[in-house]
Design a protein around this ligand. Structure first.
Ligand SMILES: [Zn+2]
Length: 386
């Protein structure tokens, strides 16, 4: 394989699950990155021209519209026996999965079909993608739909038109596998070193007892395969979400109905506030997951439980040695960013989250204030805004 172009090395690495050439794979993703999508806020107007220009190996169909009548499309490719449904951005401000999806479309275009991994996936699977399920929420940069409905808690009531569309596609297509793509906040950490949870997974429960059903074992085996690939690239930055049963959640209900549903949460990577680094890992996770689904061997599920739990021990900034005038004590001040949409741009607004000894936390950045005196809350706010 020494004479193959760089990108084929990457296929080989993923296929064989050997120690991957990390820099190769990262270089290689940038070749297929959809160039028109960037940053945190991805809205329908950005994806519409890409959908229009996809090659005719893709089948594009409008399945309906959002509450505000923004179109919602499905994109199909492949003609294998294993049916897989993937959707993104059911939470409007969680766009990393959408970016990864369009990178995957680039990767699946005709010119690359001769690569082994693409050939295998499209031969074994029929893939249906619904990018940007909540376009109204994306416009407003909100988690919920414009009606104030959390689409990920609307699987039973089906109050929102967007939930109905997803449900209709699910019923008509009847997939064996689903990929439910989300973003998680920066606060999530993994392990004793409290590294950011760059990617987290969940095989949703089907009952309160969190029974490990045959279907969940299959879901867990797909996650096990994705985790194995990612651990080589971002060791100890992969977490496992709580499998507490949510009776109205999409994943829990889809899994219960026999569609093995993999939840992927794209999270923080150091300094990656545009979520462009994690976009790569999301893409690679999808590719590894689809490859595993194509292989059709689902025995190995137990390593799923070795993935450490997601915890909340990560902050955006920790200010060290702030002297609080009223107590005459030096403390740490932990800050998180709240994202706000202002004139079409995302602003990261700093908020004080914790004050005290924050040795149990890690942060994206540390600033030593060397005993700077803070007289009151106003001054504290001023300090973190500068
Ligand atoms: Zn979400």
């Amino acid at each position: 394989m020494a004479n193959l172009p760089l990108r084929f090395h990457a296929f080989y690495y993923i296929c064989s699950m050997d120690q991957p050439g990390i820099s190769d794979i990262l270089n290689w993703h940038s070749q297929y990155k959809e160039p028109t999508l960037f940053g945190r806020r991805i809205i329908f107007d950005m994806i519409a021209p890409i959908l229009k220009n996809l090659p005719n190996s893709f089948y594009i169909e409008q399945i309906g519209g959002s509450f505000n009548k923004i179109p919602i499309y499905k994109v199909s490719i492949g003609n294998g026996k294993t049916k897989v449904l993937l959707w993104s951005q059911m939470h409007g401000n969680e766009s990393t999965g959408t970016k990864a999806m369009f990178d995957l479309f680039q990767f699946f275009t005709d010119t690359h079909k001769h690569s082994e991994i693409v050939h295998t996936i499209l031969k074994e699977c029929t893939l249906v993608f619904i990018p940007l399920l909540n376009p109204d929420g994306a416009e407003a940069y909100t988690r919920k739909s414009v009606q104030g409905i959390d689409l990920n808690r609307d699987a039973v009531a089906l109050e929102a038109p967007e939930s109905k569309l997803l449900n209709t596609v699910l019923k008509e297509f009847n997939p064996q596998f689903c990929f439910n793509l989300h973003d998680q906040r920066t606060i999530f950490s993994v392990g004793d070193d409290k590294l950011p949870a760059t990617i987290s997974f969940l095989a949703p429960s089907v009952d309160e007892a969190r029974t490990i059903t045959a279907g969940r074992k299959i879901t867990m085996s797909v996650i096990t395969a994705m985790n194995a690939v990612l651990q080589k690239m971002i060791p100890n930055q992969i977490g496992r979400y709580t499998d507490e049963f949510y009776p109205t959640a999409t994943g829990d209900n889809f899994q219960k109905a026999g569609h093995n549903t993999i939840l992927i949460e794209a999270g923080h990577y150091k300094d990656d506030y545009n979520r462009e680094e994690v976009r790569k890992y999301n893409f690679i996770a999808l590719l590894a997951g689809l490859q595993h689904v194509s292989d059709g061997k689902f025995d190995e599920y137990k390593p799923y439980f070795d993935i450490p739990n997601n915890e909340k021990h990560y902050l955006d900034i920790i200010y060290k040695n702030v002297l609080l005038a009223d107590t005459d004590q030096k403390v740490d001040v932990g800050v998180i960013f709240k994202e706000e949409l202002v004139d079409g741009k995302i602003i990261f607004k700093p908020i004080v989250e914790h004050i005290g000894k924050l040795s149990n936390y890690n942060a994206n950045s540390y600033i030593d204030k060397e005993g700077e005196v803070v007289e009151n809350e106003e001054q504290l706010q001023e300090m973190i805004e500068n």
